[in-house]
Design a binder for this molecule. Structure first.
Ligand SMILES: Cc1cc2nc3c(=O)[nH]c(=O)nc-3n(C[C@H](O)[C@H](O)[C@H](O)COP(=O)(O)O)c2cc1C
Length: 205
């Protein structure tokens, strides 16, 4: 069933915000909702520090990662909390018209957004907002989420909506009679107690 989710296409984005402190995180959930007015949405985990900064300030910006973006950007903004570090410190940054920071290198477009509505999505908050300004930063190709996963062999942390639990080995199935041995590791020279064969295939769940 989860395989269906692999067919969804999206991009790679960095959402930045500031109320008490500058914060930012990687997302793949940024969508244009309407063009007149220019409405967009993002889905952020309620535990993200960036979410708290947006709730307080009611504004955020989104930059679109270029395909050749450095891995450090994703590592820094996608796998640690802005609460304890200044994620922007090792990158060149500028400020947009909402006075929010954004990274200049590695990005192809910038959207500065004021929040219009917050929608509760159980673990996440969906921020629906109106674009105050959109800026083309570069003509380079944007990075797709598929490119990140397939070409960069990138992983996604549990807080992302697109996170998929890794499959666990739940047992081994006898190739001859279908008997299932439950356990992580099949003992060496294990013989099927039903048909006496020793040919097994790993099963996962
Ligand atoms: C490829 C990728 C996609 C992600 N997508 C989302 C997303 O759409 N929404 C979200 O809340 N977190 C997403 N995350 C996870 C956040 O970037 C991560 O939890 C981050 O450390 C939160 O930082 P913060 O606490 O400073 O806000 C994603 C991470 C990666 C690497």
């Amino acid at each position: 069933m989860k395989k269906a989710y692999d067919k969804l296409t999206s991009g790679m984005y960095l959402v930045s915000a500031k109320a008490d402190k500058e914060a930012g995180c990687i997302i793949n959930t940024f969508e244009q909702v309407a063009s007149t007015p220019e409405l967009v949405l993002i889905a952020l985990n309620k535990d993200n520090y960036t979410t708290k900064q947006i709730k307080k300030s009611q504004k955020f910006n989104v930059t679109v990662l270029k395909e050749a973006a450095r891995a450090e950007i994703i590592q820094t903004f996608g796998f640690s909390s802005s609460e304890f570090t200044d994620k922007f410190q090792s990158f060149n940054k500028k400020y947009d018209l909402l006075n929010l920071p954004y990274i200049t290198d590695d990005m192809v477009a910038l959207f500065s957004v004021r929040v219009k509505e917050e929608i509760d999505a159980i673990t996440h908050t969906i921020f629906l907002g109106e674009v105050s300004e959109s800026v083309l930063l570069s003509d380079e190709r944007p990075m797709s989420y598929a490119y990140y996963k397939e070409e960069k062999k990138g992983i996604t942390p549990p807080k992302a909506p697109s996170y998929q639990k890794p499959k666990q080995i739940s047992g081994y199935k006898c190739d001859v009679c279908g008997y299932i041995y439950r356990g992580e590791t099949l003992p060496i020279d294990y013989i099927c107690p039903i048909c006496g064969e020793a040919k097994f295939t790993k099963i996962t769940e």
